[in-house]
Design a protein. Sequence first.
Length: 229
Amino acid sequence: MTFEGAWLPFLFVANNVRDRLGRIDYTAAAARRLLCLIQGEGLAMLQAWASIGYLVLLAIGLLAFILRRGGSPVLAIAALVVGVPLWFGWEYARPTWTSGLITGTEVRRSDPDSRGRTTDIEYIYMRNRSDRGVELVNDDSWWWLKRNSERVFNDAKTAQDRNTEMTLLWNRWRSTLLSKYPNAIAIGRAGAWPWWSLRTIVFYGLSIVLWVGFFYAFVRLRRASAPGA
């Protein structure tokens, strides 16, 4: 047997081991990708269903249920009549944020109004971390003291060109039926900076006062209407 022939069994075993390890690495990589996808989808669903907005709405329903079981059906109905419209307005104005990649920007001319006037509307498109599409408009807003739409749009276009992950602070709702879009309030590097934004601090500070006052008022009314109070 030649020297090269003596090494053939070892080369065969080495190649077999290498192929098996390659298949194991491929399976492990596929498992990691699947786990990341499941975690991303689960996190998106958790954020959607456990957001502060839905928790407040659930608390309003729970308050009405407790008032009804406590023998105050009128107060229970009043809590829903006052609380649900109040929640809709608060949730519509509530700022939230999304992190992801800017995938596109666009400027469209609006349809003419009754006087024939048109405006240019800026759109920002992004994919969030769970790979869901987010479409926003970029309008100035006196309510949020936002007068820098040009800067926000410029930063969005730059992030798109550089493929940089960004965090967008926005409010309002997306309605495909009514062709309504959320409005981008601010943009910055991906991170938790919206928590320290003055807009966020002021809004949620006032929200605490609003909702604590709402629940406290109905608790006091319930105690005042209780027999022997």
